[in-house]
Design a binder for this molecule. Structure first.
Ligand SMILES: Nc1ncnc2c1ncn2[C@@H]1O[C@H](COP(=O)(O)OP(=O)(O)O)[C@@H](O)[C@H]1O
Ligand SMILES: [Mg+2]
Length: 307
């Protein structure tokens, strides 16, 4: 179990994390979602005892990381930076970490197997592709067979097969009762991976709920309508203050009215419909809407220090 209590972190005048409170519980994959610069990596570094809070605390099983008796057996993490010596082979890197942490060297073979690195175990990690580096980072995190796993944007730079692999790894660990905390700046990724989601923007908590609830609470129902009499229908809808958006000469997208209301309005006015279908808002739309104003670096601005 991870507990974050009144957690804040400032770097000079930049407030990276602002009074965060949440818990991450065992048995589920909890997504940590926020746009770039929202404070995800900073929060994760504080949980892992790498960064020190300006105020508040981050606890693992009730203690700060540095007070854990057997840290690698309790929590494993893949953080953003590459944390291995580039000249070492994958296997030697894992053997060194195992030795330093009094973990059985037999675990090395197991995690190489588990992360699909057995065939490259004797290659220098410095020559690894991003995908292989990510796998090695995860192998390192798994070495102590920890009950808690923290992964900071693990799918970045992975090919579709690698992404699929990480998703099923996280889900199978959660099913076996482990605590999985995984960050992403993509709502669509979280929807496929996580069942619970903690959303932050500008260092502040925006939502802490199930993924299903989050989508249901924040999606606006729209209806796609296709008709040979679209102009007539559009006029009727406008008169009722519905929001109408023409997408092609015979199609509109309507919000502000239910699908049923639109159907009845059409039939009551003898308007033929060729299509009347409710549209589920895309997850990315829901997320962007909610975190708008909390996106630190927009596409038009030069890329800053956020990662
Ligand atoms: N070491 C640092 N020094 C100064 N500012 C930092 C440092 N690390 C992060 N920040 C700033 O803190 C904010 C949050 O960053 P970060 O935690 O990396 O966000 P995320 O991981 O959600 O993209 C950003 O404004 C970032 O520029
Ligand atoms: Mg980050």
């Amino acid at each position: 179990m991870i507990e974050v209590k009144n957690l804040s972190k400032s770097y000079g005048s930049v407030v990276a994390v602002s009074n965060l409170n949440f818990q991450v519980t065992p048995g589920t994959v909890t997504g940590f979602l926020g746009p770039n610069g929202a404070g995800k990596s900073t929060t994760m570094r504080m949980i892992m005892g790498i960064d020190h809070p300006t105020s508040g605390e981050a606890l693992i099983n009730g203690r700060p990381y540095r007070e854990l008796a057997q840290p690698l057996r309790t929590v494993g993490a893949l953080l953003e930076a590459k944390a291995y010596h580039p000249g070492r082979t994958a296997e030697n890197h894992l053997l060194a970490v195992a030795a330093a942490n009094h973990l059985p060297s037999a675990r090395v073979k197991e995690v190489l197997e588990q992360t699909g690195l057995t065939s490259v175990a004797h290659r220098r990690a410095g020559n690894f592709s991003l995908g292989m580096s990510q796998r090695l980072g995860i192998a390192t995190a798994l070495l102590g067979d920890p009950e808690i796993l923290l992964l900071d944007e693990p799918v970045n730079g992975l090919d579709p097969e690698g992404i699929q692999w990480i998703r099923s790894l996280m889900q199978s660990l959660a099913e076996r009762g482990r605590t999985i905390f995984v960050s992403s700046h993509l709502m669509s990724e979280m929807a496929l991976t996580a069942s619970h989601v903690i959303v932050i923007g500008q260092g502040k908590l925006i939502a802490d709920t199930t993924v299903d609830r989050f989508i249901a609470d924040h999606s606006e129902l729209r209806t796609k309508v296709r008709s040979p009499q679209i102009q007539e229908l559009e006029a009727l809808l406008n008169a009722r203050n519905a929001k109408v958006n023409r997408t092609d000469p015979s199609t509109i997208e309507v919000s502000g009215m239910t699908t049923e209301q639109i159907g009845e309005l059409a039939s009551g006015n003898a308007i033929t419909l060729h299509e009347l279908s409710p549209m589920v808002a895309s997850l990315e739309e829901v997320f962007m809407e909610l975190t708008q104003g909390s996106v630190e670096y927009r596409a038009t601005e030069p890329v800053g220090a956020a990662s």
